[in-house]
Design a protein around this ligand. Structure first.
Ligand code: ADP
Ligand code: MG
Length: 113
């Protein structure tokens, strides 16, 4: 089975002063073509950080991914991509609707577009 998105052992930490705060610990999941997946959890459990990791939208220099963390899109490792490669995926192959849909969606455009 070929996975469109494969997240493996995702562990995300943030440098906070002298220590590291772990926001996501060892998360693994996969999404195949035409599949929908819902990530459910209480506030602060790491849903947004997981999603932002996929598009590499977390603060550079402050975010630490564990060595065994892997996020593969179409079998390519996102955690090893250059900014240029990421730009070709962000908003084109993978899109994100941020929290507060009234401000993140444009009422003049249909969602499908
Ligand atoms: N840039 C950051 N620096 C430090 N801590 C962060 C940062 N972003 C998120 N966190 C922390 O990571 C944890 C998970 O947050 P988040 O993924 O936003 O949770 P949620 O599941 O509600 O979307 C929270 O404790 C949050 O405070
Ligand atoms: Mg959130």
């Amino acid at each position: 089975m070929s996975n469109l998105l494969e997240v493996k052992n995702l562990t995300v930490g943030f440098k906070v002063r002298d220590s590291i705060f772990t926001a996501v610990e060892d998360a693994s999941f996969e999404i195949n073509k035409n599949e929908t997946m819902a990530l459910v959890g209480e506030s602060g459990s790491g849903k947004s950080v997981s999603a932002m990791s996929i598009l590499q939208l977390l603060p550079e220099g402050k975010t630490i991914f564990s060595k065994d963390s892997s996020i593969k899109f179409n079998h390519s490792e996102i955690l090893e991509m250059s900014n240029k490669q990421l730009q070709s995926i962000r908003g084109k192959k993978i899109s994100m609707i941020f929290q507060e849909p009234m401000t993140s969606l444009n009422p003049y455009h249909r969602v499908g577009n």
